[in-house]
Write a protein that binds this ligand. Structure first.
Ligand code: ATP
Ligand code: MG
Length: 576
């Protein structure tokens, strides 16, 4: 590509509202442009990266035996009513009406459509297993689109859906997809981990996420320092530590704690570790019939509630929310920071680690008072023990091997075993060997194309800009001529080199720009992250040399003009 005929629109500064490096560099490099919150265009340079990621995904999906199709973005409400998600899916589902007042939505995902296809097209177990995929636009009215292309409202996902006669077959395809995701992410050159995940609103039983490790990641992931165990923190099982925590309070005593409202204040006031304090959180649950119920969740002072786990443990109570201050005042008679389990007359759920405390300090259900030396069995009403907290650094690994460490991750892919959830609701059946109709087992497998590009930048950049891995760089080689329009020799050599590299099958950006200073061209080529660069100047040519530099590896290198092509052939894979 000739830069003179291309749309290169680099900028010196990123807008102030760009928070993370990938967002800043994609804007500065002219890869993407925003039109409204969470709505972006891919400029030509960005689209090249996008297409390369897309084709790696497509190749690996095809290698894994999956078959490509294309489904509509706009989806009829009837299908969503059949799957019961029309009412269950929250405001992320953008609903709209057509001119006949019929309900539609913009597809945030395509389980309903693919299940409709499967129930119409697949009749017999002989057609199974089958894995169908598309690389297509999704729309989710995200509450907080942010970080540029990382979390948008309109985005592109590769989503695949597999259909099976039985669980064994589903497990097999799931394992193949697990390997395929590993291959895709390795080819893109990412440092990633697969983790056990929650199934969220898609539903189903078994699921893994693929996370690119980066400090800016929105998710926390936990992994064992001694085994292969890794899970999203929201899902990682929290186990009570084995060591007994010793407290200095043998008897239950009510003590004055004037003005003390938080665990931090209490720990400072008593000069004890937060591990021997407990906090009691009140949650309010609401059933579909409107019934409200208050329950208490008790955690150790140094632990945080995991709402997802709490929601599962209290599933029969309905949807959970924190009780309001007014509610707590009305029912307990004190402020939120003074609630405790002693004499509490509501359902009591105690996290495993809090339940393992031999004695502890807690609120006395009266302002400015706490109890020390409280024992569960001696001093508290009956309670249920459950896993209710987030794991923390140093917790025992749930597989019994090693301790957990916590890292930040960007979720780029997610695979699920959906089982018969959609096929049962939408009656997607096949006839089995005995000729009976049976609902198909389903799996689904998503990976975000744009988010992969952003995640790659989070891992690969320096002060000068992006360092694209070879496999997804918009161009592989940049040719930068010095004084192209003044030197015949430079013009002839660079034009020639450009043509030869194109013919040889490389993606080349020829910086054939008039009146642009060399320093600016070098800076732009570094900013947009092109892995290989050749600088061609009259002085070098007269010595029979051209200057080569790799974006991230090593110093400038002089190449003999006759050896340039063979050097490139040795060091750069052909793209096309
Ligand atoms: P998140 O927890 O980040 O919202 P999700 O669990 O909703 O993700 P899935 O429904 O599993 O995501 O979608 C599969 C993939 O699609 C994600 O792993 C991610 O790469 C991509 N993706 C999801 N939401 C967005 C978004 N708003 N913008 C860009 N990519 C997205
Ligand atoms: Mg989401």
């Amino acid at each position: 590509m000739r830069a003179s005929k291309y749309l290169l629109t680099t900028q010196k500064e990123a807008p102030v509202d760009a928070e993370i490096i990938s967002h800043k560099l994609m804007l500065r490099g002219g890869f993407i442009r925003q039109h409204a919150s969470g709505l972006y265009s891919w400029l030509p340079l960005g689209l090249r990266v996008f297409r390369k990621i897309e084709s790696i995904i497509r190749e690996e999906m095809n290698n894994a035996g999956a078959i490509e199709l294309s489904m509509p973005l706009v989806q009829p409400a009837e299908l969503w009513r059949e799957s019961q998600r029309w009412s269950k899916f929250g405001p992320e589902l953008l609903r709209l009406k057509d001119r006949h007042e019929r309900d539609f939505c913009l597809g945030p995902t395509h389980e309903e459509i693919i299940t409709d296809i499967a129930r119409n097209e697949i009749r017999s177990y002989r057609q199974l297993p089958i894995n169908l995929y598309q690389i297509q636009t999704k729309f989710r009215d995200e509450i907080r689109p942010r970080f540029g292309i990382m979390r948008t409202r309109e985005f592109c996902m590769k989503d695949a859906y597999s259909f099976h006669l039985d669980q064994n077959s589903l497990q097999h395809t799931y394992d193949v997809m697990f390997d395929t995701y590993n291959k895709i992410l390795s080819r893109i050159g990412l440092n990633f981990r697969s983790v056990i995940a929650d199934t969220g609103s898609i539903g189903g039983s078994h699921s893994h996420e693929f996370h690119v490790i980066a400090d800016t990641g929105e998710d926390a992931i936990a992994f064992s320092d001694k085994s292969g165990y890794s899970a999203n923190v929201e899902k990682a099982e929290a186990i009570a530590p084995k060591e007994e925590l010793i407290t200095k309070y043998p008897q239950m005593v009510e003590i004055k704690t004037p003005g003390i409202k938080t665990i931090n204040e209490l720990s400072g006031f008593l000069n004890v570790c937060k591990t021997v304090l407990v906090k009691t959180l009140l949650v309010c649950s609401k059933k579909e019939n409107g019934d409200e119920r208050l329950s208490a969740i008790v955690l150790r002072g140094d632990h945080q509630l995991n709402m997802l786990k709490a929601q599962k443990v209290l599933e029969s109570h309905g949807e959970l929310a924190f009780a309001t201050r007014a509610h707590i005042k009305e029912f307990i008679g004190c402020s939120a920071g003074s609630v405790g389990p002693v004499d509490l007359d509501i359902d009591l759920f105690v996290d495993r680690s809090a339940a393992a405390l031999r004695s502890f300090v807690c609120g006395a259900n009266k302002d400015d008072l706490h109890f020390t030396g409280v024992c569960w069995n001696r001093d508290c009403p009956p309670f249920k023990v459950a896993d209710l907290r987030n794991v923390i650094n140093g917790d025992p690994s749930p597989d019994g091997v090693g301790k957990l460490k916590i890292a930040r991750g960007i979720e780029v892919g997610h695979i699920f075993q959906l089982g018969k959830k959609y096929s049962s609701l939408m009656r997607a059946t096949v006839s089995n060997e005995a000729g009976q109709d049976t609902p198909m087992y389903m799996g689904c497998y998503g990976i975000g194309v744009g988010r992969l590009a952003a995640a790659s930048i989070e891992q690969n950049h320096d002060n000068n800009g992006i360092i694209w891995p070879e496999s997804i760089a918009p161009f592989q080689i940049a040719i930068i001529p010095i004084n192209l329009h003044k030197s015949e020799a430079v013009k002839e050599y660079s034009e020639n080199m450009y043509k030869q590299l194109i013919v040889a099958g490389y993606d080349v950006l020829f910086m054939d720009l008039e009146k642009i200073r060399l320093g600016n061209m070098l800076a732009d080529v570094e900013l947009i992250g092109i892995p290989h660069r050749l600088v061609i100047g009259e002085r070098g040519l007269s010595n029979g040399q051209v200057e080569y530099r790799h974006r991230s590896r090593g110093e400038n290198k002089s190449l003999a003009i006759e050896a340039v092509l063979s050097f490139i052939e040795q060091h750069v894979n052909k793209h096309s």
